[in-house]
Design a protein around this ligand. Structure first.
Ligand code: OAD
Length: 248
């Protein structure tokens, strides 16, 4: 699919652009989305079931093992052409990158000031005192997964938890504020590789539209939300973002 000339024209005119990314932009770097089926030790579960405080409380070793496996995958993954094109777009235009992803592939592609709405898989912290837990080298986990006991906090002895936002938890206030500011100020809003169903991140697209921004989504699938965007681009982020950059 080609990038519509009208969208390119809007981007050229824009003083500020806001981008919201989701798991789809990292899919071509080999990181599973939240819709992909789990296998091995976790095959009976869905990623959604693990992303809750209740799941961690009920079986910390099962859930921590999954996050360690994901940390291993995220550490080994490389940014793809989609991440790279977005970083280059930041050099051409004033682009705020807001992501729901807990990997650091935007940063490793060269993007700056990435706003992480759902935390980072590389920043575990104490469940009790919230102190950051010193980062350890990426783990070597078996592909089929294993149970791993969460480490203990060096300060208070509390249990260490993943530094990500789980369902039912509030988003980090500062990042949310930055995301709202970015959207309020933008003339073009791009939603890339997200199913657009998890709130409040999903509300940013609606907010952008209400504020009069031109909105576009890039997704390989029909999200069912196409009518909520001015441009509904079907295709992969790793193809459409370089195409968009080349057309600017
Ligand atoms: P999802 O897994 O819900 O959606 C990923 C989207 O990316 C889907 O709509 C796919 O069709 C699309 N997609 C897949 N490959 C793509 C590609 N190469 N190019 C473009 N699009 C592609 O992921 P998110 O929307 O990020 O939250 O999920 C939002 C949040 O729900 C996550 O941050 C996580 C999850 O539960 C928490 O853990 C709190």
């Amino acid at each position: 699919m080609r990038v519509p000339a009208t969208l390119i024209a809007e981007l050229r005119k824009a003083l500020r652009v806001a981008v919201l990314t989701g798991a789809g932009i990292s899919a071509e770097s080999g990181l599973a989305t939240f819709r992909d089926k789990l296998s091995g030790l976790w095959e009976k579960y869905s990623p959604m079931q693990f992303a809750t405080p209740a799941a961690f409380a009920a079986d910390p070793e099962l859930v921590w093992g999954w996050y360690e496996w994901r940390r291993m995958r995220a550490s080994a993954a490389e940014p793809n052409a989609g991440h790279q094109a977005l970083a280059k777009l930041q050099q051409r235009l004033a682009v705020s990158v807001v992501t729901q992803n807990v990997d650091d592939l935007h940063e490793r592609a060269g993007a700056t000031q990435v706003i992480h709405l759902h935390g980072s898989i590389h920043a575990p912290r104490c469940e009790d005192c919230s102190r950051p837990h010193a980062a350890t080298a990426p783990p070597l986990e078996p592909e089929a997964g294993r149970r791993v006991a969460p480490p203990r906090c060096a300060s208070c002895g509390g249990r260490v938890r993943p530094g990500v936002v789980w369902f039912g938890e509030a988003l980090p206030a500062e990042q949310w504020q930055q995301a709202e500011d970015a959207v309020r100020q933008c003339q073009v809003f791009l939603s890339i590789g997200t199913s657009g169903v998890v709130e409040p991140a999903a509300s940013l697209a609606r907010y952008a539209r209400r504020r009069g921004a031109v909105t576009a989504q890039i997704n390989t699938e029909d999200t069912g939300l196409g009518a909520a965007f001015d441009h509904d681009l079907r295709g992969s982020a790793s193809e459409l973002l370089p195409a968009l950059l080349a057309a600017l």
